[in-house]
Design a protein around this ligand. Structure first.
Ligand code: NCD
Ligand code: ZN
Length: 438
């Protein structure tokens, strides 16, 4: 990433909110050499500094989406590093963490190196990756955790799309993840594929596919908690896209003695859509985990409010229209997540903007050990500027993403990112995206 020769920039009069440093006031931010150089009110611009007046807007640490599918390397281009990161910065994200279920999967340092080369050429924001927990993502042989940990893009391991079915394999995964200090991003999506493997030693009776989320969560948290103590620091586990009230109860209980090592995320679609929701052609939305009952949405919203949920992530899962028609599961969200959160959680007073920033920047940075997530002086100038009052209508045809499978099409939202800065460089302003390659 080239940070030299960047013009110094002064963001003036914004309401700066940063849960990490406790900042919550109208002030100025001076950005120099890609870093935050000074935060103080009424700074006088010096020669050579570009001044951007952000009066009346909120200035927050760059948002981080910790669950994104960028798809690159696939024959049918459902998304690319370029299009996916354009979508990310349009939605106010300065960092995304992408999932390993590409074809072929991200299961070796070589695969990750190919991704890194593309990221260096094409990405508009920071991109990290979760490597897959098993070779070929086949759920049988664990990948080389030590080698994967050594790759600069890897921040966690995930088996996106499947749980690890065999208890013994999951126990070993927890042990090795603790040893190499790699968080496990659990996918308790009990697909038909995974249940067909006739799991042994689950400790619960498998029901129909996608009904066993709480069972897999309970088992995985139990195994994770058995590891640790002694000389190891334990394994960090992060439950991806929690969708059921029952799952929340289990996580809440486990967190009591989880010593901060258990975290979880929820998606905007599981918060605000339920099994009765329909798309423009009157069709139900296909996604894993499936949309649940209204009571589950209510329980997830309550868990956001009471702090049981640590992060909001889009699970941006691009698909082509013909694949969606054929039933491909997944919904996109990079360009709508912030607007949906502002409209559905903040404007109605369920949580404050500060809480939302915690869920969409501070916490994802902490959970996955990233450098950002704060506006600390001296730190990287990853910044999102938000207009809380701007009203807009979601129109897929305007998306930067190559995909259109967004469940919020046609929604009227209030609040939007108006400027995204990555490493001191403005990459999006008023919906206009600038240049490639950081
Ligand atoms: C995921 C995708 O498309 O990669 N889809 C989804 O519905 N979340 C894969 C998966 O989780 O099954
Ligand atoms: Zn996913």
């Amino acid at each position: 990433m080239t940070l030299i020769n960047l013009q110094p920039l002064l963001l003036k009069n914004g309401h700066v909110i940063d849960p990490a440093t406790g900042l919550d006031s109208v002030t100025d931010i001076l950005v120099k050499g890609g870093r935050i150089s000074l935060i103080a009110p009424d700074l006088t611009p010096e020669e050579g500094e570009e001044v951007i007046n952000v009066g009346g807007k909120y200035v927050v640490p760059g948002l981080i989406d910790c669950h994104v599918h960028l798809r690159d390397f696939e024959e049918c281009q459902r998304e690319t590093i370029a299009s996916g990161t354009r979508a990310a910065v349009t939605g106010g994200f300065t960092t995304v963490i992408c999932e390993p279920n590409t074809k072929p999967p991200l299961d070796s340092p070589e695969r990750l190196e190919a991704l890194r080369e593309k990221v260096e050429r094409e990405a508009l924001c920071r991109v990290y990756a979760k490597a897959s927990m098993t070779r070929g993502r086949e759920g049988e042989v664990l990948t080389d955790f030590k080698a994967l940990k050594g790759h600069p893009l890897v921040v966690a391991l995930s088996e996106d799309g499947n749980p690890i079915v065999e208890e013994q394999l999951m126990r070993e995964a927890c042990r090795r993840a603790a040893k190499h200090q790699l968080p496990l991003s659990l996918h308790c999506e009990d697909s038909g594929f995974s249940l067909a493997r006739k799991p042994k030693g689950l400790g619960f009776q498998p029901r129909e596919p996608f009904h066993n989320e709480p069972g897999f969560i309970a088992r995985d948290l139990r195994l994770a908690q058995e590891i640790g103590g002694g000389s190891t620091a334990g394994v960090k586990v992060h439950v991806s896209h929690v969708s059921l009230a029952e799952s929340i109860q289990i996580i809440e209980e486990a967190k009591k003695d989880g010593k901060g090592r258990i975290t979880c995320e929820v998606t905007p679609h599981h918060l605000f859509l339920d099994e009765t929701s329909r798309g423009p052609h009157g069709l139900p939305f296909t996604v894993n985990p499936p949309l649940r009952k209204k009571e589950d949405c209510t329980a997830l919203q309550r868990a956001i409010k009471d702090g049981t949920i640590d992060a909001i992530a889009s699970d941006h899962a691009p698909h082509r229209e013909e694949d969606k028609r054929a039933g491909a599961p997944g919904l996109i969200g990079l360009e709508t997540t912030l607007g949906v959160v502002l409209t559905g959680l903040i404007h109605p007073g369920l949580i404050s903007l500060k809480e939302a920033v915690r869920l969409m920047s501070t916490n994802p940075a902490r959970i996955f050990g990233l450098g950002g997530g704060s506006l600390a002086v001296g730190g990287p100038a990853d910044i999102t500027v938000i207009d809380m009052e701007r009203e807009w209508i979601v129109e897929g045809k305007r998306f930067q993403s190559l995909a259109r499978n967004c469940p919020f099409e046609g929604w009227r939202l209030k609040g939007q990112a108006v400027l995204t800065m990555v490493g001191g460089r403005v990459v999006m302003r008023e919906g206009v995206v600038k240049g490639y390659g950081l």
